[in-house]
Write a protein that binds this ligand. Sequence first.
Ligand SMILES: [Zn+2]
Length: 166
Amino acid sequence: MLRHGAITRERSSSVSSSFVDAPTPRCHCGVTSPIRIAWRCDYSSRRFYGCSGYGTSRKCSFFQWYDPEPPARYSDVIRRLLERNECIRSENTELKKTRQELLDELRRLQQSVHETRAELEAAAAASTTMEDHMLASVAATRRRGVVIIVLISVIVLLVFFSDRSR
Ligand SMILES: [Zn+2]
């Protein structure tokens, strides 16, 4: 299959080949065929005439090579480069996946830190409340002590004065 994005339109005059000198063929639709580039491994960027309706619903099966058959060595190099390119592409995909996983992990850790901080703040608030209660309790106990001492003093004075008045 030919990659849709690899389509080019060119009327090169720099290629000194008998293919170039030949008149531009018309496809089965009767329209002048544009030159395209094949990117499939087997054809390795070899140019060809195809239907002008390529990539649309209006297309025929017309096909004719524009470039002569390349030397085997050339095809081999191109094939290896395409394979290497495929390798790099899959490595890139893996790296993107790893990056996404790391980002997800980072997000989870940030969430965890956020929750722990909230728990610590709640514990600190609870501690402060407890301390306030304890201080209030101590103050209340102290007040009760003072009242008891005053009452005892009054009783002692009453007893003392009642003894003296006899
Ligand atoms: Zn056609």
